[in-house]
Design a protein around this ligand. Sequence first.
Ligand code: G6Q
Length: 561
Amino acid sequence: MTATPIDPTATPAWASLASHLEALASQGVDLRSWFAADPSRAACLTFEAGDLRVDLSKNLVLAETLALLTGLAEQVGLAARVEAMFTGEHINATEDRAVLHTALRRPPDGPELIVDGQNVSADVAAELDKFLGFAARVRGGSLTGVTGKPFTTVVNIGIGGSDLGPAMVYQALAEYRGPIRARFVSNIDPSDISSAVADLDPETTLFIVASKTFGTLETLTNARLARSWLLEMLGARGVVTSAQSAADAVARHFVAVSTARDKVAEFGIDPVNAFGFWDWVGGRYSVDSAIGTVLAVTLGPELFRQFLDGFAVIDTHFRSTPFARNVPVLMGLINVWYVNFWDAHTHAVLPYSQHLARFPAYLQQLTMESNGKSVRWDGSAVTTATGEVFWGEPGTNGQHAFYQLLHQGTELVPADFIAFANPQAPLADGGQDVHELLLANFIAQTSALAFGKTAAEVRLEGTAEALVPARVFTGNRPSTAIMAPALTPGVLGQLIALYEHITFVEGAVWGIDSFDQWGVELGKVLAGQVTPALAGSPEAFAQLDASARAMVEYYRANRRR
Ligand code: G6Q
């Protein structure tokens, strides 16, 4: 869809939202009085999507706000854009590609999806069977290392979209893992791979090289380092003694996930052990493709399918629920409300689940690589602010750190709180269910942010007058509370799909291509120019700016060999 995007700021809904905000400001935005005036507010502003219960009532919105926001979605053509994505139109305009991560988790009994002459549904099913079958054989011990020992560790080598999703999910679903453990290597910092393999047994280690392009500096460098480590270690044990036995060892201990099968073969990986996906799956949207092979091995095929089913539940909700009850649509629009009308620059994601510690980092890539753009999908400049900074840490840890700013700072930071009714680890401290301590904090924080504490209330506590201002909480600090029964594979799939579609909604309103990432290119190219300068090339050195040259000089003067 390369048609000129509709300028959201030129829609009647945008003007109405601006007037609405003025009216709210003159009446006073006050969650305390809104809750007091409307006893049904919490119920009316709580929505369900699959297993997710999403309470929007502590946001700075009235029913009228939501109606205006959904009107905005209609006026920018969101419904058509959603259909365009699901049906495979080339909505990734700058790369002229379809955007079909939703096809990776379509129910197998659904209608065929043919896009650009490709039978997408059949290809997805075949590749899924292939990598799940591989995972089953690794888990069952019928696929072994070169000395016949079953694999005990799988090392996923990938970066960005080929790392963050699998690493986050592996941690999130710790309770569901089988005996095979995983390690994740991503950084070009050599300490990453060296510490990942330091205590591993080469005979029982399987490497998955995960790279959509199979051309990424970090991943290919780490893959070569891993290959050298394997051959050296097996050589020292007398297992690798010739070029042929080295090739056999690589073929047995390395598999790949990529869209570039030719490059995989060049690396020496047996094409039988190469799992594919397609250019219509963006890296940051690929955890549910073969990029999840490490998860299929560690969690097992059945749980991986449950994970995919979770995504599908939210896909169906997103595609078919009217905007007024459509959770990703409402959450995406409320984010637009804060960014564009309240001048919010950041958005906190605060999981009250230690297992979701990497979820904010995962969302940073999903949201910021998707919507951190200044031009629209037709190349014209955006007409309003886009792409808030997503960040976060698990609760309750954050409460003892940055929550000060959330409660009393000058920035408005909308926050998503996430919690589960059932704990991963049901422990009691004496008679106290510890999970209830966690949940009490989760609930209390949303109330403290929303309702605050007035000067009168502070005084009533006997606070000395000079300290009253410091102890006042203004309240009216917005949050969304997401709850689910438990952090299962299916629920995690639902949560990821929820944020994928929130991101989509924001991008659609702003008219940007949420599926390209040209902004990561320049630094990569310049790094290629700096590398020879670090190694001593005077020609490369001369090309650098004065600041860069000084850093190279510092490095060369201080590097010990
Ligand atoms: C994601 C980005 C990016 C990508 C990495 C790894 O949407 O495109 O994070 O995933 O650069 O790329 P490869 O998988 O091609 O190695």
